[in-house]
Design a protein around this ligand. Sequence first.
Ligand SMILES: Cc1cc2nc3c(=O)[nH]c(=O)nc-3n(C[C@H](O)[C@H](O)[C@H](O)COP(=O)(O)O)c2cc1C
Length: 186
Amino acid sequence: MILIVWAHPYPQHSRANRALLEAVRVLPDVEVRSLYDLYPDFDIDIEAEQEALSRASLVVWMHPMYWYSVPGMLKHWFDVVLARGWAYPDRHGGGGTALHGKSCLWVTTTGGTEEAFTAEGRHGHSFETFVTPIEQTARFCGMQWLPPMSLHGAHLVDDAAIALVRDDLVARLKSWSQNGKQSHAE
Ligand SMILES: Cc1cc2nc3c(=O)[nH]c(=O)nc-3n(C[C@H](O)[C@H](O)[C@H](O)COP(=O)(O)O)c2cc1C
């Protein structure tokens, strides 16, 4: 199963993320957890989240970039769901293997354009600079980090540019699901 953990605080105002979500949520083997819909009061059901993660072979974190990172709800989700003794070992080195062997795909959209994510640009650093904390979060939990996907200049790009990323994402998830099924059948 592919689990999409979706964090957009204002889905009704979303253009880019919504286009991506609508295309992938109908795919076979895909389950979507829309965190802001599920937990309007930020009271995350940790057990339900961990149970969904346990069933997934691929975990997708999908959201708009907020302050060079994830929206507050997804950060809170990291804090409480990726718990010590479950997602990483406890004080005595026990447990913490629940996510081992799973893969993680980060899909994010940014207001900043590709030019803005340069030393001379508005954001002062390459986009890759901001990947590191997310990547290390996944790796710390023993997940395999897949090449991330990003859509820059989300307000400025035309529909065709969004469609390109959307189609790429759909192709990657379909291929994952087919390969997963093949290896399961072997
Ligand atoms: C609170 C807030 C923080 C944001 N921080 C960033 C940022 O750090 N870098 C960036 O490029 N865009 C930033 N943006 C722009 C969003 O990433 C952009 O609006 C979003 O990716 C558009 O996707 P959507 O159409 O799905 O909403 C921010 C927007 C908001 C509201």
